[in-house]
Design a protein around this ligand. Structure first.
Ligand SMILES: Nc1ncnc2c1ncn2[C@@H]1O[C@H](COP(=O)(O)OP(=O)(O)OP(=O)(O)O)[C@@H](O)[C@H]1O
Ligand SMILES: [Mg+2]
Length: 450
């Protein structure tokens, strides 16, 4: 029997990283979440070779002191939670204190950070979990992290990476989700030196949806805003009859966190059951806001799934809210809501089942996927979906966000124009769209929007 020994922090981090960081897009997700938690109003993401060569995430958030910067590399070091009960009051994306040490243990990790009130910044470089150096540096207020040589210390993981275009597509999809989640943060995404998209701060979700999916797409959606028993459902849904062949554009957020929730997916499918034919999926960008105590976000290694305390209640609420909106719109929905299924999702859902054939039929030429639609001139949408309040920074120091971006960056954040890309066959909001370099976004500023 081999002797039991306690793993070194480095090995423990590398093993833990296996769960959290499955591919380059997971690095982007974790770093962007940290930027948003730090109150950033500007986030810039740049990556090379599908994120394999390098990933840079830069923000104008609250930044960190030297001590905090070093502490952030320790496992279970977080500024977002003190005790377990805090999970019931959680308003941040992160809470486990494991993303930064995990990433730093499996890459070359360069962190530069400065709080707005500090005279100089701190640079920390870690290679495969080993500290290379810590020194003072000049850097704009906020945080800049560059991750390169990803998975070098864990070659087995490298072998599981897909082609660069596939990994790029996952990164793009990840940034799109967070850009939707936080319209009030300006986003820039750069791939191999080419700006894929830029969006300034947007006042409304509709504006951000228009930035990402195109003006026409946004204009065709119906705003939803329903509050009931402590839950609010806000966002945009497709008109009755608008459908897609994948559930790519069924995008749901719970307390701003992009989630792949079977409960919400079911609720949406059920709401549209009578208006969409078999095998078609509705379009939605929906934000469910509820008491953090009513949802468990600590059920998935990458926090992609959540569990509701009362699945049935959430599901019933979403169905009622969506059906009500569809009825107001005069959609061909049945007079009575479809009977609610059991609180637990049906077994056949995971593969995203064919929706039961419906009475109403989608027009023969149903619109192509939004991501396939070319850029169209701006058309004002019928209404602006209200937004949940922006997140407050949760990092310990005062956010530098308000001070704004450096002039050069600010100039580049004037706006982006969607130029279209090929549709993909992948499904689910977390699945990459397969667009990658096929995405075409203009880096030229578009007319004032927000
Ligand atoms: N961009 C940033 N700006 C300011 N502080 C940051 C930034 N990134 C990380 N931090 C600090 O470093 C800490 C550790 O980050 P890390 O992502 O490892 O953990 P977390 O976000 O607290 O939890 P999780 O592991 O669930 O993401 C954070 O709690 C935060 O205080
Ligand atoms: Mg984090």
């Amino acid at each position: 029997m081999p002797t039991i020994r306690i793993l070194s922090d480095r090995v423990a981090n590398q093993i833990a990283a296996g769960e959290v960081i499955e591919r380059p897009a997971a690095v982007v997700k974790e770093l962007v979440e940290n930027s948003l938690d730090a109150g950033a109003t500007r986030v810039e993401v740049e990556f090379r070779s599908g994120g394999r060569a390098s990933i840079r995430v830069e923000d104008n958030g609250c930044g960190m002191s030297k001590d905090d910067a070093l502490l952030s590399l320790e496992r279970h070091a977080t500024s977002k939670l003190v005790e377990t009960a805090d999970l019931d009051r959680l308003h941040s994306f992160g809470f486990r204190g494991e993303a930064v040490p995990s990433i730093a243990s499996i890459s070359r990790f360069e962190l530069q950070t400065r709080r707005a009130d500090a005279a100089h910044g701190t640079e920390v470089v870690v290679n495969g979990g080993k500290l290379v150096h810590v020194r003072e540096c000049g850097v704009a207020a906020g945080t800049r992290i560059v991750v390169s040589h990803l998975f070098h210390p864990v070659p087995a993981r490298r072998k599981f990476l897909k082609s660069d275009p596939t990994e790029s597509a996952h990164i793009i999809q990840t940034v799109r989700l967070y850009a939707l989640a936080c319209p009030q943060t300006a986003f820039t995404l750069i791939e191999d030196g080419r700006v894929l998209f830029q969006s300034p701060v947007c006042a409304t979700l509709t504006e951000r949806v228009a930035e990402i999916f195109g003006r026409q797409f946004a204009a065709d959606l119906l705003p939803v805003a329903v509050t009931e028993e402590g839950m609010t459902l806000a966002g945009l849904i497709g008109q009755p009859g608008t459908s897609r062949s994948t559930r790519h554009e069924m995008i749901t957020f719970v307390n701003r966190r992009p989630v792949d929730s079977r409960t919400l997916n079911y609720a949406l499918l059920e709401s549209y059951a009578t208006t969409l034919p078999k095998g078609r999926y509705p379009v939605a960008v929906l934000f469910l806001e509820l008491d953090p105590a009513a949802v468990d976000v600590n059920v998935h290694p990458a926090k992609r799934e959540v569990r509701f305390r009362s699945e049935g209640q959430v599901r019933g609420f979403v169905i009622r809210a969506v059906l009500q909106r569809l009825r107001e719109r005069g959609g061909a929905v049945s007079a009575a809501p479809p009977p609610l299924l059991s609180a637990e999702p049906r077994d056949e859902i995971p593969g995203l089942p064919a929706v039961p054939a419906a009475a109403a039929v989608v027009p023969a030429s149903s619109p192509p996927s939004a991501i396939a639609q070319p850029f169209k001139p701006f058309i004002k949408s019928p209404g602006l979906a209200p937004l949940p309040p922006p997140r407050a920074p949760v990092a310990p120091s005062t956010p530098a966000a308000a001070s704004g971006a450096p002039a050069a960056s600010a100039q580049r954040l004037l706006g982006w124009r969607f130029l279209g890309c090929k549709p993909s066959s992948a499904s689910g909001p977390w699945k990459a769209s397969g667009c990658s370099s096929r995405f075409r976004w203009s880096s030229t500023p578009s007319p004032a929007r927000c």
